[in-house]
Design a protein around this ligand. Structure first.
Ligand SMILES: [Mg+2]
Length: 369
């Protein structure tokens, strides 16, 4: 099978509100959509770094340059349309997991459509709706935070996650517990704490949290293990879970009891599935995280998220939660029951809307064989 064309569309969609975590804020969502055309079928993928190296060292500019200069030309020279082999093939280039995930996602979508199967079936998942959790960034006041929690609980979300940083942690959790009682609640520190803050976690440990996400630095696996030993609350590794090797080390050291698996960071759906399998074999439950992505990558993540060891609610939220618009139809929606049901049909189940892509596109490249 030959590849006829690859088109790259860099889009920017404004956010309803800036997304704030302990390391900064961003007001627009960048994504590079990969459109892969072969024998009359079109597959879509999405490379989705946030501007300003928000969560990782990848940037939209860096991913774009790598796709344009290296990955796409190499792929066209020797196309790999078996999606289970893409990640291995791409290993000839170091790093750049987001860009690789974008191209690999397009290969998966193409393959699923050619097989007339939903993506989840090819990934080994099941036909199920996924529980969705709401994530709330650092807010200006506790009152603002409480009103957000109230809104998201009212919208049906299955758990609430709040961002914390030193100086804004225990009092936030206490205020939520006082007002809303025993709701499913977790905190995400985005690696903002150090050993000198361990007493904060002893305090948080009294509040029955579902988990504490990434309290310490990405590379601090031994210290995470030490902190986990003194806490009842499970630690969930996010930033630390950056590769299969890192996940094996987390498992070996006991650095945490839960993993947040992100397709973009792992470099594609297949390596993310391997991460899921490694965690399952070690008795470590997972959930599907986001960067967050636009509709194409979110939908692909949701398909993967139907695998059995993704037992906690996903961070994938409704398209309208963050973005003033999305490039798929229908948009991703969370039901009143807090569940995201994937549409039926082959591939993603969602349609990519070319008019929206044209509207939000800031850069475009087409490659032909
Ligand atoms: Mg996180």
């Amino acid at each position: 099978m030959r590849v006829n064309k690859i088109r790259l569309h860099w889009v920017q969609i404004p956010l309803h509100e800036p997304f704030r975590i302990s390391s900064g804020a961003v007001a627009v969502k960048d994504a590079i959509l990969v459109e892969l055309e072969s024998a009359g079928v079109t597959g879509w993928g999405e490379a989705s770094p946030m501007a300003g190296a928000f969560y990782s060292s990848e940037t939209p500019e860096g991913s774009w340059e790598f796709l344009v200069q290296q990955l796409v030309p190499a792929f066209l020279g020797r196309p790999e349309l078996d999606p289970q082999r893409c990640f291995e093939r791409f290993a000839e280039f170091p790093g750049q997991p987001f860009a690789k995930a974008g191209l690999e996602g397009a290969v998966w979508d193409l393959h699923a459509q050619e097989c007339s199967q939903p993506l989840w079936a090819l990934l080994g998942g099941t036909s199920r709706a996924l529980p969705s959790g709401a994530a709330i960034g650092l807010m200006p006041t506790v009152a603002d935070l409480l009103s957000r929690v109230e809104r998201f609980l009212g919208e049906g979300y299955r758990r609430i996650k709040i961002k914390i940083e030193p100086g804004q942690d225990v009092e936030l959790v206490r205020a939520i517990r006082e007002r809303f009682g025993d709701i499913p609640l977790m905190v995400d520190a985005n690696a903002a704490y150090r050993r000198e803050h361990f007493a904060v976690f002893d305090e948080l440990d009294r509040h029955g949290l579902m988990m504490i996400e990434q309290p310490l630095a990405r590379e601090a696996l031994e210290e995470h293990a030490e902190l986990q030993r003194r806490l009842k609350t499970p630690i969930c590794l996010d930033e630390s879970a950056e590769s299969l090797e890192a996940i094996q080390k987390i498992i070996r050291l006991g650095s945490g009891r839960i993993l947040n698996i992100k397709v973009q960071r792992m470099g594609g759906l297949w390596p993310a599935r391997q991460a899921h399998d490694a965690a399952q074999a070690a008795g470590i439950p997972c959930w599907l995280g986001t960067m967050p992505e636009l509709g194409v990558a979110s939908a692909q993540g949701l398909h993967l998220g139907t695998l059995p060891n993704f037992t906690y609610p996903t961070d994938v939220e409704a398209s309208a939660r963050w973005y003033v618009d999305d490039i798929i139809a229908p948009p991703i929606e969370v039901g009143r029951d807090g569940l995201i049901a994937l549409p039926e049909g082959p591939g993603l189940g969602y349609r990519v809307d070319p008019e929206k892509i044209a509207r939000y596109r800031i850069r475009y490249r087409e490659f032909s064989t």
